[in-house]
Write a protein that binds this ligand. Structure first.
Ligand code: PHB
Ligand code: FE
Length: 331
């Protein structure tokens, strides 16, 4: 039996809700007790409200990351660094074929403002979209009291100095007060402090930290903190558990080094979403995610990951027009 998509009916009554409706260009965003509902000219899309919120607060905190962020197969954003494209169905072959795909480009600030408004209005006390499901209550239900949580925790500016030196904001350690996450207690890690012997003249500019200690004290998941930048080469570290709430479509390759435990990645063609493969990573494994795919991570238990990003500004067009191969190594 063949299935066809047709323009979605616009006449459904929306349930009475106290949640605010938001508009962004010709997109509108509403929520009821269970769903985030995204409408655009000729289309409507329902998302499980927790999937929508956990993806949206990350997209907001990352300021749209690199390239494509898919909230699911249909809806997402593309970062053009200063502008953001918001799309629905544009990277889904059936939506395109049916003529109901839609996208619109905005100044970055406009999208940030609307996403921040949604975050402020739609997240009730008891639900924390930065937590894994076993650590938080549910987002379902009618409007309640506003949540009193920080939605910026874990999102850091790239370290300006060696992690842990005075003036650096991102090092976590016993001294900085964040406790070791309960989820890492089973690792029985000894968090040695590296010994640093500084030659005269270099006091205050040389330092070393234990990165396991830094990551073990992260209270959030799937939010890499940029712990070093050498020109445009960034090291980002994070703790991961459960499902990465977004699917990331690269506009450049990125490298993953698995530090502890396990992460399984599913890979899809970036344009069509067709399944391409799976990568299972165990401690010490290294892989490069190419520039022409989408990927989503699954971590059965809390795991530590090191991500290497190349933040060189003019890279995306070189990959998009084929000047550079989508993968970094020819075997
Ligand atoms: C990614 O999309 O590459 C990604 C996002 C969040 C993480 C790790 C990797 O925590
Ligand atoms: Fe990625």
């Amino acid at each position: 039996m063949s299935q066809t998509l047709s323009a979605a009916p616009q006449s459904f009554e929306t349930l009475d809700t106290e949640y605010q409706l938001f508009s962004l260009g010709q997109f509108s965003f509403s929520r009821d007790n269970n769903f985030a509902i995204i409408r655009w000219p000729g289309g409507v899309h329902y998302m499980h409200v927790e999937l929508f919120l956990s993806a949206m607060v990350r997209d907001l905190g990352w300021e749209f990351l690199y390239g494509w962020i898919f909230f699911d197969d249909i809806f997402g954003t593309i970062n053009y660094y200063g502008k953001v494209e918001v799309f629905a169905g544009t990277h889904h072959p059936s939506y395109k074929k049916a003529g109901i795909a839609y996208h619109e480009t905005f100044d970055t600030e406009q999208v940030l403002e609307v996403f921040q408004g949604i975050a402020n209005d739609w997240i009730n006390e008891g639900y924390d979209p930065l937590c894994v499901p076993r650590e938080t209550g549910s987002a379902h239900g009618p409007k309640g009291r506003p949540a009193r949580i920080s939605l910026t925790r874990g999102f850091t500016q790239p370290a300006k100095r060696m992690l842990g030196l005075p003036g650096d904001a991102v090092a976590r350690s016993s001294a900085s007060g964040q406790p070791i996450s309960e989820s890492f207690k089973d690792l029985h890690l000894e968090f040695d402090r590296p010994q640093v012997k500084t030659e005269p003249g270099f006091e205050g500019s040389l330092h070393a930290v234990n990165v396991f200690d830094h990551i073990a004290r992260s209270e959030v998941t799937w939010i890499p903190s940029t712990v070093s930048s050498t020109r445009n080469s960034l090291f980002c570290m994070s703790s991961e558990e459960h499902v990465l709430p977004v699917t990331h479509g690269n506009d450049r390759p990125e490298w993953f080094i698995q530090l502890t435990d396990e992460i399984h990645w599913t890979l899809q063609d970036k344009e069509t979403g067709a399944p391409l493969g799976r990568v299972a990573m165990r401690p010490g494994d290294v892989c490069a995610m190419p520039a022409d795919i989408r990927h989503k991570g699954f971590a059965p238990k809390r795991a530590m990951l090191l991500v290497l990003e190349n933040s060189t500004p003019d890279l995306p067009p070189l990959y998009a027009n084929g000047t550079l191969a989508p993968y970094p190594v020819e075997f």
